[in-house]
Design a protein around this ligand. Structure first.
Ligand code: GRF
Length: 212
C-alpha cells in the first residue's frame, strides 16, 4: 500500500476552536492570531457546554460562538453531523480542539482528516485519556509535557505535530504539574497552528515533518 502524504496549505485560513471549559488554549491561539503570528482568523468558537467560560471569552473578543446541546440529538452521529454542517457552512480550514471533552465520531474525524488538531497534557503515546497529570505523577515518570497532534478516529493516537517536555518534580501536585505543562501548551499550540498555515507541515503515514 502506498503511504499517504499530506501537506498543510499555505494560505490565510479559517479556524474553528472547539472547547468545553476555561479556554486558555483558545486564548493563546487567538492572541497569536491577533499579533499576526498565525496567518488565519478564528471564525468560530464552538462548545458542547453552554456555560463554558471559553465561550464567554470568545464573545467578549467579538468572535462568533455556537453552542449545540448534545441532548437534543438522537445519536452522537446526528450531533456530529450537525457540527459538520456548521463547520462546512463557515468554510473552516482547521479545527482546533482545545479542551473539547467529547470524543468525535470516526466519521467526523475521517471527514476532516489532517484538518483537526488537539492538545494533550502529556507526552503521547504515554498517558492518553483523562487525568493524565495525576497519572504521570503516580507512575513516577521524571518528565511529562504537552503534545499537539492531528486527530484521528483513534483517540489521542494521531500523528504528532509538536511536543514540549517538562520535568516532574518530587513535590509536584496535580495542580503544580498541570500548570507547568499548561505554560508549554500555550507555546506549542499556537506554533503548530502557525506552521500549519505556513504550509510547513508534511504528514507521511504517522510522521509529521516540519519543512524549512
Ligand atoms: C488542557 O490541559 C489541554 O491539554 C486539555 O484540556 C485542557 C484545556 O484547557 N486537552 P483550556 O480549556 O485550554 O484552558
Amino acid at each position: 500500500m502506498t503511504e499517504q502524504i499530506f501537506q498543510s496549505p499555505k494560505k490565510r485560513g479559517r479556524i474553528a476552536v472547539f472547547l468545553s471549559g476555561r479556554g486558555s488554549n483558545f486564548l493563546a491561539i487567538h492572541d497569536a492570531v491577533k499579533k499576526g503570528s498565525i496567518n488565519a482568523e478564528v471564525s468560530l468558537v464552538f462548545s458542547n457546554k453552554q456555560k463554558a467560560p471559553g465561550l464567554e471569552h470568545a464573545k467578549k473578543q467579538g468572535l462568533e460562538t455556537l453552542y449545540l446541546n448534545p441532548k437534543e440529538y438522537a445519536s452522537k452521529n446526528d450531533y456530529d453531523d450537525q457540527i459538520c454542517e456548521q463547520v462546512q457552512t463557515r468554510d473552516i480550514d482547521l479545527i482546533c480542539l482545545a479542551g473539547y471533552m467529547k470524543i468525535l465520531t470516526p466519521g467526523f474525524c475521517e471527514q476532516f482528516e489532517h484538518r483537526i488538531m488537539n492538545i494533550h497534557p502529556a507526552l503521547l503515546p504515554s498517558f492518553p485519556g483523562l487525568h493524565v497529570q495525576k497519572k504521570a505523577i503516580e507512575w513516577g515518570v521524571r518528565y511529562s509535557g504537552a503534545t499537539v497532534h492531528f486527530v484521528t478516529a483513534k483517540v489521542d493516537m494521531g500523528p504528532i505535530v509538536l511536543q514540549a517536555a517538562v520535568p516532574v518534580l518530587q513535590d509536584d501536585t496535580e495542580e503544580s504539574l498541570s500548570q507547568r505543562i499548561l505554560e508549554q501548551e500555550h507555546k506549542i499550540y499556537p506554533e503548530a497552528v502557525r506552521l500549519y498555515f505556513e504550509g510547513k507541515l508534511k504528514v507521511k503515514g504517522r510522521r509529521v515533518f516540519i519543512l524549512d
